[in-house]
Design a protein around this ligand. Structure first.
Ligand SMILES: Cc1cc2nc3c(=O)[nH]c(=O)nc-3n(C[C@H](O)[C@H](O)[C@H](O)COP(=O)(O)OP(=O)(O)OC[C@H]3O[C@@H](n4cnc5c(N)ncnc54)[C@H](O)[C@@H]3O)c2cc1C
Length: 381
């Protein structure tokens, strides 16, 4: 009988755990270890602040895994020893016959250190109540959405936030007095999706009167005067700042023997095997190079990688066919009016990702909603 430990209960971990449960014999055990007790998709945070749906309605408890024959242990993982497949946790030491590491990403501490009153981390679920309060009190001045560094999770999300909040301000009759701006240190809005998708997105923002400032890297934030300063002596004031910190490897990952010099794990980009037998790493805790940059840190990719890693680990434990990830995936791009476009294609293509943008429509929005509900129901229902 084998026991597999899945570290993390997000997209990568839940997809891997379910695939392992499907492929492994019933006697084998699958245990998910996570510090959180809930799962929700990332975009549910944007729907919450834009008044579309409270986060709680899109959240499911991880103890629902028990109904699927998967054990769930809520614990903080403090160290990983890949050679012995052992993890130290806040509730004791566990050793597995196989490991899937899916611990996600943290935030660059320099960037989170810039934030304070009236300047929030847009991606932090714990900040949502304060963000909502700040938005309710926003009657004039500038709402600034600023990407503080790259790579960051889900490349379109900061722009989607600006668009959804533009819509919310209009619906509340306040848009005439509130300017909306997005800043990014990158040269185009979506480098990971290429110039066409970037141009398309910039046009959608501009037609809503949202200012887009590329190549604007924030150097400091003066919380007292509510002013951000960029390189080159430029500055902007704000009433409310929603900052998006760059992703950073979590300390447990960065200090493990698996981490490369950057602190990310760099598994094989086809199989998601690490250099250690029966140890796999998937999702946002990894750095997966592509021809022009790296695979987007997105749930769609974490899920696909989790399934591939699970198939390969099951094959290592019991024989049979493994699986290979070919780089195909998509990103949702949500626009006002319940319209969703997708950027779809082969992110591993050479000499650059081969992706196409499908036009936005309400069917795309329904597909996005269904995509979320299917995962909540099949993983934790
Ligand atoms: C606003 C926003 C919108 C987004 N929109 C989309 C979208 O439209 N499409 C899309 O594909 N992606 C989207 N994403 C990105 C997506 O949410 C992430 O890329 C995805 O969650 C990554 O999955 P993961 O499994 O690698 O990590 P996570 O989902 O972050 O899961 C990590 C897990 O590890 C656990 N963990 C971490 N450290 C420890 C520890 N030390 N001990 C124990 N447990 C630990 C956490 O509790 C969690 O359960 C969005 C993200 C945000 C913030």
């Amino acid at each position: 009988m084998a026991h597999v430990l899945v570290l993390g209960g997000g997209f990568g971990g839940l997809a891997a755990a379910h695939e392992l449960r499907r492929l492994l014999p019933p006697d084998d055990e699958v245990t998910v270890i996570a510090s959180t007790d809930q799962f929700f998709v990332g975009f549910a945070k944007l729907w919450d602040i834009a008044g579309m749906r409270p986060l709680s309605e899109g959240s499911r408890p991880l103890d629902g895994l028990g109904r699927h024959g998967i054990q769930y242990l809520q614990a903080e993982i403090t160290a990983i020893d890949p050679a012995t497949r052992t993890v130290e946790t806040s509730v004791g030491t566990l050793t597995g016959d196989g490991l899937v590491i899916a611990l996600g990403a943290g935030y660059n501490p320099v960037h989170t250190g810039l934030l304070g009153p009236d300047a929030y981390n847009l991606y932090d679920a714990k900040a949502l109540p304060d963000i909502r309060t700040a938005l309710v009190g926003l009657n004039e001045g500038r709402l600034l959405v600023s990407i503080l560094g790259a790579p960051y999770l889900c490349p379109p999300a900061p722009f989607e936030a600006a668009l959804l909040l533009d819509e919310w301000l209009r619906a509340n009759g306040r848009r005439d007095n509130v300017e909306v701006a997005v800043t990014t240190p990158q040269p185009i809005t979506l480098p990971v999706a290429g110039p066409d998708a970037s141009h398309y997105l910039a046009e959608r923002l501009e037609e809503r009167g949202i200012t887009v400032l590329t190549e604007h890297a924030i150097e400091s934030v003066d919380i007292a005067t509510r002013t951000v300063r960029f390189g080159g002596g430029r500055s902007l004031d704000y009433q409310v700042l929603l900052g998006v910190p760059a992703a950073a490897p979590r300390p447990t990952v960065a200090t493990s023997a698996l981490a490369g010099p950057t602190g990310w794990i760099q598994p094989d980009r086809g199989t998601f095997a690490t250099e250690v037998e029966r140890v796999y790493a998937v999702g946002d805790c990894t750095m997966v190079p592509t021809a022009t940059a790296q695979l987007p840190k997105a749930g769609v990719f974490a899920e696909a990688e989790g399934k591939v890693a699970a198939a390969n680990l099951a094959a290592e434990l019991h024989g049979g066919d493994g699986a290979t990830f070919d780089g195909h995936g998509f990103c949702f791009l949500e626009l006002p009016g319940n319209q969703v476009a997708t950027v779809t294609g082969n992110f591993y293509a050479e000499p650059r990702p081969d992706v196409v943008l499908t036009p936005p429509d309400n069917i795309g929005f329904e597909n996005k909603r269904r995509w979320e509900q299917e995962r909540l129901a099949s993983w934790l229902g």
